[in-house]
Design a binder for this molecule. Structure first.
Ligand code: BG6
Ligand code: MG
Length: 217
């Protein structure tokens, strides 16, 4: 499949544009340890692209007791406080290899660029790394009700770009995100943990290795 009709590229944020993965892991790990709930990096992989409350649900699969809705809200709030504290140290240096070059290349070619992220912390992260004005549109966890693999966030990004889904390419590091793209009628470039996802039309180890000349040919 060629990308001759791709007019917009929608980027996932965490794990595609910035290295926030470890901050998410450390914040959840601190909360889980405090609660005496087993949590490791393998379980953490299942949280990629998944909303905060759904991530908590996955972590609580290992809990020794049931938690009330109120308790769940408070655990999620606590984790987020730890997370916000950690992302307060993010700088331009935490932008992933190839991201800035890719954005520059796409703009040069007249391709629109957007963010499509499940994270409610998207505005903070973009500000921290100096990318607030780098995108034509930002769709994030604050504007949606269903998180990936539901296509809502990508459909919102496409609408904000003024493009039909078929003319958009999604860049994702999460299997849930690749599924969301396909469910929304978009093609996907799988990177990082999603680099081998068979549902993605294009694959690259990271944005630094992605061949957009080929993808857009
Ligand atoms: C996604 C991450 O981008 O955002 C998930 O991959 C995270 O791991 C989700 O749970 C929600 O993030 P936040 O910042 O709203 O808690
Ligand atoms: Mg991601």
């Amino acid at each position: 499949m060629t990308g001759e009709d791709i007019r917009g590229v929608i980027f996932d944020l965490d794990g595609v544009i910035v290295t926030t993965d470890d901050c998410h892991y450390r914040a959840w790990k601190r909360m889980a340890d405090e609660e005496g709930i087993y949590f490791d990096r393998q379980i953490n992989e299942r949280l990629r692209g998944v909303s905060r409350m759904e991530s908590l649900g996955i972590i609580l699969e290992r809990a020794q007791r049931a938690y009330s809705e109120e308790e769940k809200q408070s655990l999620a709030t606590r984790k987020n406080a730890y997370y916000v504290d950690l992302i307060g140290s993010l700088t331009e240096a935490d932008i992933l290899p190839g991201a800035l070059e890719t954005l520059r290349y796409l703009k040069q070619r007249g391709i629109k660029v957007a963010i499509g992220s499940s994270s409610k912390n998207t505005p903070i992260i973009l500000r921290q790394v100096g990318l607030t004005d780098a995108f034509d549109a930002v769709a994030d966890g604050n504007g949606i009700t269903h998180s990936k693999p539901d296509p809502e966030v990508f459909l919102l990004a496409a609408r904000l770009l003024g493009l039909p889904p078929a003319k958009c390419l999604v860049v994702e590091d999460a299997d849930a995100g690749v599924e969301a793209a396909v469910a929304g009628g978009m093609r996907a470039l799988g990177v990082g943990a999603a680099a081998a996802n068979p549902k993605a039309s294009f694959h690259a180890h990271s944005l630094a290795e992605a061949d957009f000349e080929m993808i857009l040919r």
